[in-house]
Design a protein around this ligand. Sequence first.
Ligand code: F7E
Length: 363
Amino acid sequence: MANIALITGVTGQDGSYLSEFLLDKGYDVHGIIRRSSVDYRERIAHLEGHKNFHLHYGDLGDSMSILQVVSKVRPTEIYNLAAQSHVQVSFDSPEFTADVDATGVLRVLEAVRLCGLADTCKIYQASTSELYGKVEEVPQNEQTPFHPYSPYAVAKLYGFWIVKEYREAYNMFCCSGILFNHESERRGETFVTRKITLAAARIAQGKQEKLYLGNLSSLRDWGYAKDYVECMWLILQNKKPEDFVIATGVQHSVREFCYYAFKHAGIELEFQGEGLDEKGIDKATGKVLVEVSPDFYRPTDVVNLWGDPSKAKRELGWDPAKTSFEELVKIMVDHDMAKVAVERASEGIRTNLAEYLEKGIVK
Ligand code: F7E
């Protein structure tokens, strides 16, 4: 039987990398996109026109649209990546977050059942390290108790449990990947890593004065999104439907990410002070480039995420060390240095664009 994948959230960071990965493997890839008058298809623009890549309108908040697409496509694998994925936003829009991130998962599972595909269609659910929230153990593995600590995490916890329930109640091949933070040059600009790499590039090229951040001491296990989509696929190729932690096993603080990103952009920072008074100062000039703002603090913040990927390594043969933390920072900063150089060139400002073209960072 031909491999037919259906991806919700295809326009996102992970959806775009997963589409490329599955197209390379010879899959027919179908993506669900929402109707919108603004163009948000930048990450998949290069795939449109590929003979095996197809897009359908649908919305996780609208069960009929999901049912229609599933019955038309009759996928052999579904990757449910669509979500309201911003933790801070979930405090402002908790109901919307619950509808999409919790009930939305149920809509996908029911669509598969109602279309009579329960025995033939495998389902991957994008779960998250945010389930560990106010952590009860460090590092976190598949046995660590959950303690969700935001409306986003609470909604995602429902998604995790409803997937497990359908697996046990209806014998469906559906599983969750408990993914720790995964970043890339395609990461949305309001997540902390991308916010930092873009700011470092803009400050280094004279386009921004300062960067304002929230909790600099927050700890994360950051991996490269391109490596993580392989694992989503491996989870569905496993003999048994099971849940897996996907992480690098290495932990860094927001402060460290900031230090390395600026360093790669040519600026050495020194951090001084504590809490809201902490500042990142350019060692060479003494200028304050990073400040802390209470605007970026959350009502409850998850501060100690650190994953243990042993099970994925052992049972899926997945390599969590493909891209190191330093390489990830470099990939993102190189990309954003080039992006800012292009912006400056279009404004008629002299840049080192030629160097970026030569390196293949700008195409
Ligand atoms: O925050 C702190 C912030 O927004 C990371 C999503 O993909 O990964 C992501 O969720 C940490 C937090 O990601 C700023 O308080 C400091 O402690 O980049 P983030 P997240 O909340 O970890 C998980 C696995 C998901 O599932 C989510 O969908 O950084 N932080 N200053 C800041 N965060 C932001 N956004 N902006 C700041 O200025």
